[in-house]
Design a protein around this ligand. Structure first.
Ligand SMILES: *Cc1c(COP(=O)(O)O)cnc(C)c1O
Length: 367
């Protein structure tokens, strides 16, 4: 097999050891004679798998007991609807922060179910910054405030958690809701600051098909009338994510990723590595006269590093040569162009180092 480094934004690279373990256990999980894919979700084998996944997640991220963990399907995009359907309640209004395309999608969906107020937006800066918190404005009647902690397409990341008591009209009584799809598990996070967190698995947690929801107990209520049963958090809490068949294999794979993460030293250790990996690329880009990154320095993502070539006609040559060297999926999102290196937890330091070396060589050749 050719050695490649996969910089895909998602579905993204998984740790090599995890894939090897899945391969070894594929036909016979722990002597059960079955593949995990073939197990009843209510059988004792799978129940032991999901219980361990939940325990490991609680341990790694220090999730307090009064938060429920749900293993759902429908991707992070399903949460764009589930959040308003379940949390708007009688207030019928919510505040959203717009920092890129994923926040925009969440806003569009929520607008179908209630009034969306834009508490802050960086649209005028082409989504290359995060608006400073002193400029945010909350509405008096907001049921919650939603933001996207890492904009996967634009490469903009919050390196702070919004303190709602510092916002005009805000208060810490208003639940904070975050789409953490592309930076969950990449850095420690104080769960107690949030009402609800969701994250699609295919960026940093495991394979596609699973979306994780962490919800504070008191926010689990009967949703807006007419809400499909499967779109109610209450349904899934009452049935321990087993109202219908959960994405069993994806949950098992997530479990292997969590075990791998523990072996790496946990979330703080991986954060240190993520800082080093992203610094390697940003330092190179900033020192170069050929590459550029459009994002404001303090708001740059550690997970998704977007960059362009000053001479944009060279971009297809860059991508071609990169691919020939084994660096794949570096093309920027179709909506923004340029390049994007996604360097999630599972991307080894050597992969980023090798990409940086190639970028320097390319610059020397054409710069
Ligand atoms: C990928 C992504 C989504 C969408 O995930 P799906 O699983 O495709 O629905 C939503 N938000 C963010 C921040 C993402 O990175």
């Amino acid at each position: 097999m050719n050695k490649i480094y996969n910089f895909s934004a998602g579905p993204a690279v998984l740790p090599q050891e995890v894939l090897e373990q899945a391969r070894d256990e594929m036909l016979d999980w722990h002597g059960s004679g079955m593949s995990v894919m073939e197990m009843s979700h209510r059988g004792e084998e799978f129940m032991s798998i999901i219980a361990k996944v939940e325990a490991d997640l609680r341990d790694l991220v220090k999730i307090p007991n009064h938060y429920k963990i749900l293993f759902l399907q429908g991707g992070a995009s399903s949460q764009f609807a589930m959040v308003p359907l379940n949390l708007l309640q009688t207030k019928k209004e919510a505040d959203y922060v717009s920092t890129g395309q994923w926040s925009q999608k969440a806003i569009e969906e929520a607008s179908k179910y209630g009034t969306v107020n834009i508490a802050a937006s960086s649209v005028d800066d082409h989504f290359t910054i995060i608006p400073e918190i002193d400029t945010w404005k909350m509405s008096r009647n907001a049921a919650y405030l939603h933001y996207t902690s890492n904009e996967t397409i634009g490469g903009v990341e919050f390196n702070w958690i919004p303190d709602l008591s510092r916002i005009a009209g805000g208060s810490t009584d208003i639940p904070l809701v975050a789409d953490m799809s592309s930076n969950f598990l990449s850095r420690p996070v104080d769960i107690s600051r949030f009402g609800l967190i969701y994250a699609g698995a295919q960026k940093n947690i495991g394979p596609a098909g699973l979306v994780l929801v962490i919800i504070r107990e008191d926010l689990v209520k009967t949703p807006i009338s007419g809400t499909p049963t499967l779109f109610s958090y209450q349904t899934h809490v009452q049935h321990g994510s087993m109202y219908n068949t959960p994405p069993t294999y994806a949950i098992y794979m997530m479990g292997l990723v969590l075990e791998w993460l523990k072996k790496q030293g946990g979330v703080s250790a991986i954060e240190t590595l993520n800082i080093a990996k992203s610094k390697l690329l940003y330092d190179l880009i900033d020192a170069s006269h050929s590459y550029q990154c459009p994002v404001a320095r303090q708001d740059r993502s550690r997970m998704n590093v977007p960059f362009t070539l000053r001479q944009s006609t060279l971009e297809s040559e860059f991508l071609k040569q990169a691919k020939a060297r084994g660096f794949v999926q570096l093309k920027g999102h179709r909506s923004v162009g340029g390049m994007r290196a996604s360097i999630y937890n599972a991307m080894p330091y050597e992969g980023v180092k090798a990409l940086a070396t190639f970028m320097e060589e390319f610059e020397n050749q054409y710069g």
